[in-house]
Design a protein around this ligand. Structure first.
Ligand code: NAD
Length: 257
């Protein structure tokens, strides 16, 4: 229960990696604030389940990370914000000349600009509390590129830069900022890419996973949401107090290639 008494706000956490991180932070004792742009009973029910099973306070706050005002309002409504996890993200795949401008704008807004807004709103709270952790969920695509994901790759490289800048602006304070760079994790975001890839390559699901996705990942395995959560708990621990401004790859060796 190393994080008892801390409050963590995790953007985009009603599914996938964000939800996995919320669970692991709660298991480590942190109160958690979950978020997405929807406001369904099932979103609030997820928070209730976490609270029941871990004994922490867990709340769900609706806020649309494509809107700067919503992103800042999320941090205000959360009250305390000792740990900020910028995780909300979307993806679109298309060659640059055909890439829809509205998709570019949405990806940059949700995957990158929202983190600027939440960080701007959270740092004064961390300074007042005398402790803080910013954990940005970048990607192996924040360190490498591949074709057809221009907006996503630009946003993920951007969030690595924002992470380093946040770390330098807080370097003399008990606040750290780091980015986790996941490789492939089988979440709804990745599931959504499989049918189109099957069509494009004329492959079945298993072949797409083996021959298209996991060829980038030398471990030949998907990473898990629990592994992302465990890495986040480490970055929030005292052991990581001098770890700041860096990226931690959890990618089965992708970026070692
Ligand atoms: P996911 O689709 O399960 O999760 C994305 C989350 O963002 C969801 O909770 C969704 O509701 C939320 N979201 C989307 N639009 C939003 C908006 N406008 N406002 C608020 N929340 C919004 O996918 P995931 O794979 O868990 O992705 C989480 C993060 O991890 C993303 O930033 C993604 O880029 C990153 N990532 C994922 C992988 C992977 O292989 N799954 C790899 C590297 C990085």
């Amino acid at each position: 229960m190393a994080l008892k008494g801390k409050t963590a706000v995790i953007t985009g956490s009603n599914s996938g990696i964000g939800l996995g991180i919320a669970w692991e932070l709660a298991r480590a004792g942190a109160d958690v604030v979950l978020n997405s742009f929807t406001d369904r009973d099932e979103d609030h029910a997820i928070a209730e389940t976490i609270a029941e099973e871990t004994g922490v306070t867990a709340r769900y706050i609706q806020a649309d990370m494509s809107k700067g005002d919503d992103a800042r309002a999320l941090i205000e409504k959360a009250g305390a914000c000792d740990i900020l996890v910028n995780n909300a993200g979307i993806q679109h795949v298309a060659p640059i000349p055909e890439f829809p401008v509205e998709k570019w704008d949405a990806i940059i807004a949700i995957n990158l600009t929202s983190a600027f807004h939440t960080t701007a709103a959270a740092l004064p709270k961390m300074r007042a509390a005398g402790w803080g952790r910013v954990v940005n969920i970048a990607s192996a695509h924040g360190l490498t590129a591949s074709p057809y994901k221009s907006a996503y790759i630009a946003a993920k490289h951007g969030i690595v830069g924002l992470t380093k800048t946040t770390a330098l602006e807080t370097a003399e304070e008990p606040i750290t900022a780091n980015a986790i760079c996941p490789g492939y994790v089988l979440t709804p975001l990745v599931e959504a890419q499989i049918p189109d890839t099957m069509k494009e390559y004329g492959m079945d699901r298993e072949t797409v996973i083996r021959e298209v996705m996991l060829t980038r990942q030398p471990s030949k395995q998907f990473a898990t949401v629990e592994q992302m959560g465990g890495t986040c708990v480490f970055l929030c621990s005292d052991a990581a107090a001098q770890v700041t401004g860096t990226t931690i790859s959890v990618d089965g060796g992708w970026t070692a290639l």
